[in-house]
Design a binder for this molecule. Structure first.
Ligand code: SF4
Length: 369
C-alpha cells in the first residue's frame, strides 16, 4: 500500500502531500520543475570517514540522445546559482574536505542566469565540428567562470567535475586545468561509440573524427591528462564493423578507464519510438566483454606509464582489501593507489608524496618519498 508518490522536484510540496494523507487520501506529485536547482539546500554530510564531497551544480539535460531517458526524467537544464555553490564549497573547505566533485548531467552547459549574474554576456559556443539540438543560449555565467571561482576557494582542495558532453567543452576549461594545480588532470569525455553511423543514430552530434580532434587538442595542452569515457555495446543496428571501430577508438585514445554497458532500450526514448533494438542479447554481451577487455589493456598501459613517476596521493581509506597495513589513496589523475605507511601516522584527507613502483589495470602501488 503506497500513500504518497513524490517525484524528485516535489520536496517543497511534502507537507501538503502529508496533509492530504491525513484525510485518508493518496497523494501524488511527480511534476518536474522548470527551475528547481536545490540551490538553497545545504546537504548534511554525516560520514566523518570521508573528506570528499559531491556538489550538484545543475540539473536536467536538453541534448536528447536517442537512447537516454534523463531529459524525460530530470527535465530541462537549470543551473544552480553560482553564489550558492561557492558558499557550499567554502563550508566544505572549513570542515576540512579535500576534494569536491562538481556534478551535473551536462556540466559544461552550466549557465547561471540568476539575478546577480544576468548581465554577463556569454553566448552558446559549440566546439568546431559538433552539432547541437539546443536553441542558442546567452547571458549568465558559464562553467569556466564557475570552475575558476571554485578553484580559488581553497588551493589544497582538489576539484573534479562530471559529466561534460564533448560537443560544448570550452577550451577555457582546458586552460584552467592546465594552470590550476588543484583542478585534477582528468576528464570524463563520454564517447558512447566509435562508429559514425551509430553516433548518428544515437543523436550525439559529432563524428568520431571531431571527437578525436578534441582529444588531440586536450593532449596537446596537457600531455599527461587522463581521459575516461562511457561506451554502449550493441546499440540499435550496430554492425560488427561498427563495434570494431569502437574498439579502435578505445585503443587510439588510450583511456585510463571506461564505463561500458550493453544497450538496454528505455521506454519513451526516441530510440524506443524510432529504432529497433535488433542486436541479439548474446552479441551485445560478447561485444560488451570485448570493449571491457580492450579498455583494460589500455588502462594497464596508462598505469604502467606512471611507474617511476612522483605522484601526490590524497588518502581515501586507511584499510585496503590487499593488505592489513596498506593505505589507499588516489593520484591527481584519478588512479587508485596503495602504499605501506611504515611508522608514519596518516589520516583520511592527508596528502602524501610517493613514487609509483608497479601497476595493474586497476591499481597502482607506490612508496612514500
Ligand atoms: S546521455 Fe547525457 S547528454 Fe545525452 S541526453 Fe542523456 S544526460 Fe543528456
Amino acid at each position: 500500500m503506497v500513500d504518497i508518490v513524490a517525484g524528485p522536484d516535489s520536496y517543497r510540496d511534502l507537507s501538503r502531500l502529508l496533509a492530504v494523507t491525513n484525510y485518508g487520501e493518496n497523494a501524488i506529485n511527480v511534476q518536474l520543475s522548470l527551475d528547481e536547482t536545490y540551490g538553497d539546500i545545504q546537504p548534511v554530510r554525516e560520514n566523518p570517514q570521508t573528506k570528499q564531497a559531491y556538489v550538484s551544480i545543475m540539473r536536467g539535460c536538453e541534448n536528447m540522445c536517442t537512447y537516454c531517458v534523463v531529459p524525460l526524467t530530470r527535465g530541462k537544464e537549470r543551473s544552480r546559482p553560482i553564489d550558492s555553490i561557492l558558499e557550499e564549497i567554502r563550508i566544505l573547505s572549513d570542515q576540512g574536505f579535500k576534494q569536491v566533485t562538481l556534478l551535473g548531467q551536462n556540466v559544461n552547459s552550466y549557465r547561471d542566469k540568476s539575478e546577480s549574474t544576468i548581465s554577463m554576456i556569454h553566448a552558446t559556443s559549440t566546439v568546431t565540428g559538433f552539432k547541437t539540438v539546443y536553441k542558442p543560449k546567452s547571458g549568465g555565467r558559464t562553467f569556466d567562470v564557475l570552475l575558476d571561482k571554485v578553484s580559488e576557494i581553497d588551493k589544497d582542495m582538489r576539484i573534479r567535475f562530471t559529466s561534460p558532453h564533448p560537443k560544448d567543452f570550452p577550451m577555457e576549461v582546458i586552460q584552467l586545468i592546465k594552470e590550476r594545480n588543484n583542478i585534477c588532470n582528468q576528464i570524463h569525455l563520454p564517447a558512447q561509440s566509435g562508429d559514425n553511423k551509430t553516433l548518428d543514430a544515437m543523436g550525439r552530434g559529432y563524428t568520431v573524427e571531431t571527437y578525436l580532434n578534441l582529444v588531440d587538442q586536450f593532449k596537446k595542452e596537457i600531455p599527461n591528462i587522463a581521459l575516461t569515457s562511457d561506451f554502449i555495446s550493441g546499440f540499435c543496428s550496430e554492425s560488427e564493423e561498427g563495434h570494431q571501430k569502437t574498439i579502435d577508438l578505445i585503443q587510439k585514445v588510450g583511456y585510463s578507464f571506461c564505463f561500458v554497458f550493453p544497450y538496454s532500450m528505455r521506454e519513451k526514448t526516441k530510440a524506443h519510438y524510432r529504432l529497433i533494438d535488433n542486436v541479439p542479447e548474446d552479441v551485445k554481451r560478447r561485444r560488451h566483454q570485448e570493449l571491457k577487455a580492450t579498455f583494460r589493456e589500455q588502462s594497464l598501459k596508462f598505469n604502467q606509464n606512471l611507474i617511476g613517476t612522483e605522484q601526490v596521493l590524497l588518502i581515501e581509506t586507511l584499510s585496503t582489501k590487499r593488505s592489513e597495513t596498506a593505505i589507499g589513496g588516489r593520484t591527481d589523475n584519478g588512479v587508485k593507489t596503495i602504499f605501506e605507511p611504515g611508522t608514519n601516522n596518516y589520516a583520511v584527507g592527508d596528502y602524501v608524496k610517493t613514487i609509483i613502483t608497479s601497476a595493474t589495470s586497476q591499481t597502482l602501488q607506490a612508496k612514500i618519498l
